[in-house]
Write a protein that binds this ligand. Structure first.
Ligand code: CTP
Length: 413
């Protein structure tokens, strides 16, 4: 019988927040998908979910401090042998202790001895998240290469709502899976801010009708998710996808091309890279009817006059926020794909253009994609038919060497 490969070892750190109960679901997903998970809660986490639960769900003993099983040197071994450490929820206190290198319990010891990728999924009240102390700690951890997922916006403990919610366990699991699967095992977008546009704009004709397109937004979401997993701060500008916000990205919702332009220009002002995956309508109705346009018996409908929308990609490429900003466009072509792609790359003035051939199964709505990425410096990278995430990773692989030097990245864990 073939010998089974050893299961990837994951340490699930749990800090003391009400969202600790959601970590049970993350633990279940990790174990069911073939990971060997060791849970390391903090003492305060056990006020929310008891050691017996963690132990039963993980199949391993659980302790919070370094004085249990001392002969096995757990404070060193657990971190050393891990393939991934994920802390969910990470409280303001835990982030502070991790950023400052404290080692006052088993979890912080584990964080100091781990040499594998580390993912933090913070959850706390909005005020605590926004406090400069927390923000500086998060920036420190990111600079050192950790993936710190942006909290979600929504209902918090009590009556409060705002930013600070733990993202869905399923989303955190997806990020863990990606971080583990990555060939380059470092957060190579850490310290970077990237902007991704996704979906398709809708140009209203009257209060109930619009001109739209068939873009699903899946490629843009794949770009946002992969960038989060590679450690970037991500702003996703979403137009009409109907999909739930991906974990870890700041999401701005827009409807029309004009709104998309405004959101992109604002976010691009301080971004290292902008990827325009959205399908932007080239035209909009010249007149918006305030009331619903009614049909009239015996009369043909009036033709719809259209006017041009601004070309956002061309605009941000021509007027870059800074010299080292990398700009990526997308193009869907039906014939003479490469020749049209090269022309479009020149016309738009961006650094990279992802050229899709549109046809059956390809591009719109599908989970898979096939493309060629053209570079302004002459490069041509074919990406075989496969998941949109694989194409997204190739895009980031091509963006990274074109970025300017990251401030202080790569100084080790
Ligand atoms: N785009 C944009 N603003 C527009 C239209 C398109 O920023 N008003 C961006 C898209 O997000 C995409 C790229 O430009 O990244 C290519 O869009 P496409 O519609 O293929 O380009 P066009 O210039 O409209 O070319 P065509 O003549 O093929 O319609």
């Amino acid at each position: 019988m073939e010998e089974k490969a050893e299961k990837p070892k994951v340490v699930l750190g749990v800090a003391g927040g009400i969202a600790a109960y959601k970590a049970c679901e993350l633990l279940r997903r990790l174990t069911e998908s073939g990971h060997d998970v060791r849970v390391v809660p903090t003492a305060s986490a056990l006020h929310f979910v008891g050691a017996a639960t963690w132990s039963a769900l993980s199949g391993h003993p659980v302790s919070t401090e370094v004085w249990t099983d001392v002969h096995e040197v757990p404070h060193v071994r657990i971190g050393q042998s891990a393939d991934l450490v994920v802390v969910a929820p990470a409280t303001a206190d835990l982030l502070a202790r991790a950023a400052h290198g404290l080692a006052d319990d088993l979890l912080t010891n584990t964080l100091l001895t781990a040499r594998c990728p580390v993912v933090f999924a913070p959850a706390m009240h909005t005020e605590m998240w926004e406090h400069p102390a927390t923000q500086e700690n998060v920036a420190t951890l990111r600079r050192r290469g950790a993936v710190v997922i942006e909290p979600a916006v929504g209902r918090l403990t009590g009556v409060d709502t705002g930013k600070g919610r733990l993202p869905d366990p399923e989303e955190i699991f997806e990020i863990c899976r990606r971080v583990l699967a990555r060939v380059v095992r470092e957060a190579d977008l850490a310290g970077r801010h990237v902007v991704v546009s996704a979906g398709g704009t809708r140009e209203p004709l009257d209060p109930v009708r619009y001109l739209g397109n068939r873009s699903s937004g899946k490629q843009g979401y794949a770009l946002a998710r992969t960038a989060v997993a590679r450690g970037a701060r991500v702003t996703l500008i979403e137009a009409n996808t109907g999909m739930a916000d991906p974990a870890g990205a700041d999401v701005v919702h827009v409807g029309t091309a004009v709104q998309l332009r405004e959101a992109v220009l604002k976010a691009a002002a301080e971004a290292d890279a902008v990827v325009m995956a959205a399908a932007v309508a080239d035209f909009r109705p010249a007149v918006y009817a305030e009331g619903k346009i009614k049909k009239k018996d015996g009369e043909e409908p009036a033709p719809v006059a259209l006017i041009r929308n601004p070309d956002i990609l061309a605009e941000i490429s021509a007027e870059r926020a800074h010299a080292e900003q990398v700009i990526v466009g997308f193009a869907a072509e039906t014939d003479d794909v490469l020749a049209h792609g090269r022309q479009k790359l020149r016309r738009k003035g961006c650094d990279l253009l992802v050229v899709n051939e549109v046809g059956e199964r390809k591009a719109f709505g599908a989970a898979e994609n096939e493309a060629v990425v053209l570079a302004a410096d002459g490069g041509e990278t074919p990406v075989p038919y496969g998941p949109k995430e694989a194409l997204a990773d190739v895009v980031w692989d091509l963006v990274i060497p074109r970025l300017g030097r990251a401030p202080g990245v790569g100084t080790g864990a």
